[in-house]
Design a protein around this ligand. Structure first.
Ligand SMILES: [Zn+2]
Length: 726
C-alpha cells in the first residue's frame, strides 16, 4: 500500500526523504577527482534511449553508488548556493523556478538508490545505505537551513501575498515556503544546529529500524514436512517446496516470514502448532530482544521527534505533522477513528463468536480462538456462512488477465492505451520486470512508461507499492512519466499460472491507481506532483472499485483453465461477503493507526514502547484475538522514515472519500463507466495532483464535502446519527 514519490528536483520532496549528513567541504583535489567520476559514473549520466530517456537499470554497479550520491549532492548544493547568492532581488523565476530546476543528477541517483533499497537489497547495499544515511541527512539540512535561500523564498512568498502570481505558481510558492518553515528555517542558529543533529541521528535510526525488520523477515523461516500439508492449496504447496529447495532443504516445505506467505498459511493450514509458530515469528519481527530488536530505536525516535518539533514551538509531533494534511489537526483524525472504532470492535466480537462456534463443532480438542486461529476460522466461517471458497475464487484471478483488466479500466476512464515495449528496448533490473508504453487511445500521444515487478524474492521488501522514476512536468519542456508497480506475488513453478487472492487482486488495482495518478498528472512544476498523505491513498483506493464491475468480471475474471467468466452466483457471494470480516480488518488497521497517533501525542520521556502498546490497546478495549496490523517494533510506515508517521490514519481518511466518491459513480446513469463522472474524476481528482487544495478539489468533484455514511454502509456498520461530516 505504501508508495513513495521522489521528485528530485523538488526540494520539498528531497526534504521529505528525511535522511541525512556529512561535514567536510570537498577539497580541491577531491573535487577534481569527483568531476572525472561525474562523466564516467553511469548512475549520474543523463538517461538516454527511447521514450525521452530511461534509467540504465542494466548498468547498476553498487561500487558506484556512494561516489555518485556524494557527487550528486555536491552538485545540487552548488546549484542551491548559486540561487541563494544571486545578487538580483528574489523573484519567482530566479528563486522558485531555479529551485524546481535543480537536482537532476540527484534525482537520477535516487532512482537507482530506491531500486537497491526496495527491489534488490543485499547486505552489501545495506552497508552503503548506512554510510550514506547521515550524509543525505546533512545534505538535506544544508538546504532546509540555508538562511539566504530561505530569506529569498520568504521574500517571494510575501510578495506573492501582495501581488498574486498565476494560480499554479502561487501554489508552488506556498508549498515551498511551508516546507521550509516546517523544517525549522526560521529557527535561531543554535536551534538550527540542534535541529540538524537530531535529523542526522534520526536518519540512522530509521535505517536501523527497517534493516532490523528485513533481517527478521529473512532470518525466520518455518520448515515443515509432507505429513503437515493438510488444508494447504496446491499452489501454496508448490511454492513452499520451491522456497525450501531454494534454501537448500530439498524435499521439505517453507513458510517465509513475509505477509503474502504467512497470510496464506494462516488461512489454510490445519496444523495449529505450526500456525502458532508462523504467527509468532511474523508478529515478533524486530521484537526478539536480540540485536535486531527495535524497541530501543522506537524510544529514541519518539524522543528526538518530540524534541525537534518543540524547537519550533509545537506541542507534539502530531500537531506539527498534520498542519498541511487534509485533516489539518490530530483531533480531526482522532475524531474520525473514534467514530468508527466502537462499531469495528463490536463487529469483531460477533465474528469471533461465529468462529468459536465452528471451532466447537469441528475441532477434535476444545480450543479457544487465539490470534493464530483467526484467519483459519474466518475462512471456515466464510465457507459456511457465505459458501465462499477463497481457493475457488483464485481460479478466476490470473495475473495476466488482471493486468488486461487494469489496462481496460485505464482505457475507459483515462483514455490510456498500454502496449508492451519491444523486447530489450528498455533496461530492467531483474528479468521478471516487464515494461509497457502508455499512450492516449485517441491521439496516440506518448504519455509514459509503466514498469511491473510482480514477484517476491530475497532482498525485495514485502508488500506492494508504486513509485515514479520520473514525474510529469512541463515548465522546462515536457517530461513524460516513468511509473512502476511492485508486488510480492509468489512466483509459480515454471509453466504454472499466477493465481492470486481477491485481496491481492484489489491491491493490484490499488497500486495501479497510484500509477494512474502519476501518469494523469498535468502539472507544470515538480513540487505540484507531491502527495498529501491523507489524500493520496484515496485515488488508489477508489480504483479498487473497478475490480468488481460487470465489465471487468465478464471480460477478465476468467477461469484459468476453462476461460469461463466468473459465474454470477460466485460474484454475488463475493459481494455478499464483502462486509464479512470487516470487524477484523477495521480493528487491526485502526489499532495501528490509533497507536501511531497516541505514540506521537504522548510525552516520550520514560516511555516504554512495549508497555505503552499493551496499555493503550487495553484501554481501547482491543479484542485479545486480534493483533495490530503492524505491531510497533515492525511498524515501518511510522518508524523507518517520516512518510507515514502520524499518517497511518490516512488510509481510513482516504477510505471515507473513496466510499463517498464511489457512490457518485454508483448513482450516475452510466454507473462506474459514466463518461461525465469519469471526466470530473480525471479533471479534479487525478490530473491536478497537489496543484489544488484537496478539500477544494473534492468539493468540485462531488459538489459537497465527503460524508462518513457511505463508508459505514460499505463496511456493514450502522450509520451514525446525526449524520457526521468531515
Ligand atoms: Zn497505496
Amino acid at each position: 500500500m505504501q508508495k513513495k514519490i521522489i521528485t528530485a528536483s523538488s526540494l520539498v520532496a528531497i526534504l521529505a526523504l528525511g535522511s541525512c549528513t556529512s561535514t567536510q567541504p570537498p577539497q580541491q583535489t577531491q573535487a577534481a577527482t569527483e568531476q572525472k567520476q561525474e562523466e564516467t559514473n553511469p548512475l549520474l549520466k543523463e538517461w538516454t534511449g527511447p521514450y525521452g530517456g530511461v534509467p540504465a537499470f542494466d548498468k547498476m554497479n553498487l561500487a558506484e553508488l556512494k561516489p555518485a550520491m556524494e557527487k550528486a549532492m555536491a552538485l545540487n548544493l552548488t546549484e542551491i548556493d548559486a540561487i541563494a547568492n544571486n545578487p538580483q532581488p528574489a523573484t519567482f523565476e530566479n528563486t522558485i523556478e531555479e529551485m524546481e530546476r535543480a537536482g537532476d543528477e540527484l534525482g537520477r541517483v535516487f532512482t537507482y538508490y530506491g531500486i537497491w533499497s526496495s527491489n534488490v537489497s543485499t547486505p552489501e547495499f545495506r552497508k552503503v545505505q548506512a554510510e550514506l544515511a547521515p550524509k543525505i541527512s546533512e545534505f538535506n539540512s544544508k538546504i532546509s537551513q540555508n538562511e539566504k535561500l530561505f530569506q529569498r523564498v520568504k521574500t517571494v512568498y510575501e510578495n506573492s501575498k501582495k501581488n498574486p502570481l498565476p494560480e499554479d505558481q502561487q501554489r508552488v510558492v506556498q508549498l515551498v515556503y511551508e516546507g521550509f518553515a516546517m523544517e525549522g528555517a526560521d529557527l535561531s542558529p543554535e536551534k538550527k544546529q540542534r535541529y540538524a543533529e537530531i535529523n542526522k541521528e534520526l536518519s540512522s535510526l530509521y535505517t536501523d529500524f527497517s534493516n532490523n525488520i528485513l533481517a527478521d523477515e529473512e532470518g525466520y523461516v518455518v520448515y515443515f514436512t509432507k505429513d503437515q500439508l493438510g488444508g494447504l492449496p496446491e499452489s501454496f504447496v508448490k511454492a513452499a517446496a520451491k522456497a525450501a529447495a531454494d534454501r537448500g532443504k530439498e524435499g521439505q516445505y517453507a513458510v517465509t516470514n513475509t505477509r503474502s506467505s504467512i497470510d496464506q498459511f494462516l488461512t489454510y493450514s490445519d496444523e495449529r502448532a505450526l500456525r502458532e509458530k508462523v504467527w509468532k515469528n511474523y508478529y515478533s519481527r524486530a521484537d526478539n530482544a536480540d540485536e535486531n530488536d527495535n524497541n530501543e530505536n522506537i524510544k529514541k525516535i519518539l524522543k528526538l521527534r518530540n524534541e525537534r518539533v518543540k524547537l519550533m514551538g509545537y506541542d507534539n509531533y502530531a500537531q506539527w505533522r498534520l498542519q498541511n494534511r487534509m485533516a489539518k489537526t490530530p483531533e480531526a483524525a482522532m475524531d474520525l477513528m473514534q467514530a468508527v472504532w466502537p462499531a469495528a470492535v463490536a463487529r469483531a466480537k460477533e465474528e469471533i463468536a461465529d468462529m468459536q462456534q465452528i471451532a466447537n463443532k469441528t475441532s477434535k480438542t476444545k480450543i479457544t480462538i487465539e490470534p493464530w486461529d483467526y484467519r483459519y476460522y474466518a475462512e471456515k466461517v466464510r465457507q459456511e456462512k457465505y459458501d465462499l471458497n477463497s481457493d475457488e475464487v483464485k481460479q478466476y484471478l490470473e495475473l495476466g488477465n488482471l493486468t488486461d483488466a487494469i489496462f481496460f479500466t485505464a482505457g475507459e476512464l483515462f483514455n490510456f492505451k498500454f502496449t508492451p515495449v519491444p523486447e530489450g528496448s528498455v533496461p530492467v533490473f531483474h528479468e521478471d520486470v516487464k515494461v509497457w508504453e502508455v499512450t492516449d487511445k485517441t491521439t496516440g500521444q506518448h504519455i509514459g512508461l509503466w514498469y511491473l515487478d510482480p514477484f517476491a524474492r530475497q532482498g525485495k521488501r514485502s508488500g506492494a507499492w508504486a513509485t515514479t522514476y520520473r514525474a510529469h512536468t512541463t515548465f522546462d519542456g515536457k517530461k513524460t512519466v516513468l511509473s512502476s508497480n511492485n508486488s510480492n506475488f509468489v512466483k509459480p513453478a515454471p509453466g504454472e499460472p499466477v493465481l492470486v487472492s481477491w485481496d491481492d487482486a484489489e491491491t493490484f488495482f490499488h497500486e495501479f491507481g497510484h500509477a494512474l495518478h502519476f501518469l494523469a498528472s498535468n502539472v507544470k512544476y515538480p513540487t505540484l506532483n507531491s502527495g498529501v498523505r491523507d489524500y493520496t491513498e484515496f485515488q488508489s483506493q477508489l480504483l479498487e472499485r473497478w475490480l468488481s464491475t460487470d465489465k471487468v468480471i465478464n471480460q477478465f475474471l476468467k477461469h484459468y483453465k476453462t476461460g469461463e467468466p466468473m459465474p454470477k452466483e460466485l460474484v454475488a457471494k463475493i459481494e455478499k461477503a464483502s462486509t464479512f470480516n470487516q470487524g477484523f480488518a477495521t480493528t487491526e488497521f485502526l489499532a495501528s493507526a490509533l497507536m501511531d497517533m497516541y505514540f506521537h501525542m504522548a510525552d516520550p520521556e520514560n516511555l516504554d514502547p512495549d508497555k505503552f502498546e499493551r496499555e493503550t490497546l487495553n484501554k481501547l478495549g482491543m479484542p485479545k484475538e486480534i493483533v495490530m496490523r503492524h505491531r510497533s517494533p515492525h511498524f515501518g510506515h511510522v518508524f523507518s522514515g517520516e512518510g507515514y508517521a502520524t499518517g497511518y490514519y490516512g488510509y481510513l481518511w482516504a477510505d471515507v472519500l473513496t466510499s463517498d466518491a464511489a457512490e457518485a459513480f454508483a448513482e450516475a446513469p452510466g454507473e462506474f463507466y459514466d463518461a461525465e463522472v469519469a471526466a470530473r474524476l480525471v479533471k479534479y481528482l487525478f490530473a491536478p495532483r497537489n496543484s489544488m487544495d484537496p478539500a477544494d478539489a473534492y468539493r468540485k468533484f462531488r459538489g459537497r464535502d465527503a460524508k462518513i455514511d457511505a463508508l459505514m454502509r460499505d463496511r456493514g456498520f450502522p450509520v451514525p446519527k446525526p449524520q457526521s461530516k468531515k
